[in-house]
Design a protein around this ligand. Structure first.
Ligand SMILES: Nc1ncnc2c1ncn2[C@@H]1O[C@H](COP(=O)(O)OP(=O)(O)OP(=O)(O)O)[C@@H](O)[C@H]1O
Ligand SMILES: [Mg+2]
Length: 259
């Protein structure tokens, strides 16, 4: 199953969710590929890889200079297709290409059979990199910060998902909305969460990701929370999310986990 983690709003925990959901699925025994489609390369950095030191990144794959398996990196938390700042240029270079929305999908095709889950981290925009990610995916997971509910922002995102589904990728499913950075001490956070649940009903995951400074510490260590703080409540939340995602996509239990 290929899952795009998307929200054009910045700083809502897309990258944190990609990294830690991936790590939780990996820990449960699934074969996981993480794909960093954001030129900011925060996912790459979060796995302890310096994007500036890489000979090639997803940019070179998207413009046809490298194959995806040539840039693949193995990390203790799963495999990674790393990003670099050059990826920002791919958006412009692809714009005149025929089939420009399907580039990522085509480039990933030879690899996806090796994995149970492919998670794609997307940039905070609805540009060509995000559209490519949605077009390659079977499901989209939308992290939403519990501090602020932008009805228009969410609507724009859902409309975009609908458009991709009708025009490009009929198999694309909305997997769910994930409440992130929930601070139970704040009335506003509770209000935003209940508004989210009222408006989107069962689409909202039962897992709620709490607000915690730990979330900012682990990327600096170049590890997921699951590795950096295995016993923290946040790690447990991401493990719970992994169970929910598995149930929503109807995935088989991992072979390794059932042994
Ligand atoms: N549960 C959390 N509690 C507190 N801080 C968090 C939590 N999750 C993420 N953060 C912090 O919030 C910031 C934004 O998170 P993250 O980079 O994952 O968001 P993003 O949506 O990927 O951002 P961008 O749109 O820039 O790609 C980071 O500094 C991260 O460490
Ligand atoms: Mg990010």
């Amino acid at each position: 199953m290929i899952i795009a983690i998307a929200n054009q709003k910045g700083g809502v925990a897309k990258t944190t969710t990609t990294l830690n959901l991936g790590a939780a699925l990996h820990e449960a025994g699934y074969k996981v590929l993480l794909v960093d489609m954001d030129p900011q390369a925060n996912l790459t950095l979060g796995l302890g890889i310096n994007p500036e030191g890489l000979p090639a990144s997803l940019y070179h794959v998207l413009v046809g200079e490298r194959r995806a398996d040539e840039i693949l990196r193995t990390t203790p938390e799963g495999d990674l297709l790393p990003s670099s700042i050059e990826l920002a240029g791919a958006e412009i270079e692809l714009i005149n290409e025929l089939g420009r929305e399907a580039t990522l999908k085509d480039k990933l095709a030879p690899l996806v059979g090796r994995y149970d889950f492919v998670l794609i981290d997307t940039p905070p925009s609805l540009g060509l990199l995000t559209i490519n990610s949605l077009n390659a995916a079977g499901g989209v997971l939308i992290p939403m910060q519990c501090q602020f509910l932008s009805a228009k922002g969410v609507q724009l995102l859902l409309t975009t998902v609908d458009k991709v589904r009708t025009k490009l990728n009929p198999g694309l499913r909305l997997l769910g909305l994930l409440p992130t950075m929930f601070d139970r001490r704040l009335l506003l956070a509770k209000e935003v969460l209940s508004e989210m649940q009222e408006r989107f009903g069962e689409l909202v995951f039962e897992t709620i990701i709490g607000n915690s400074v730990r979330a900012a510490e682990s990327p600096i260590a170049g590890q997921s929370l699951i590795t950096y703080q295995p016993n923290s409540p946040l790690s447990d939340s991401y493990r719970q999310l992994a169970v929910e995602v598995r149930a929503r996509v109807g995935a088989e239990p991992a072979l390794q986990a059932t042994r």
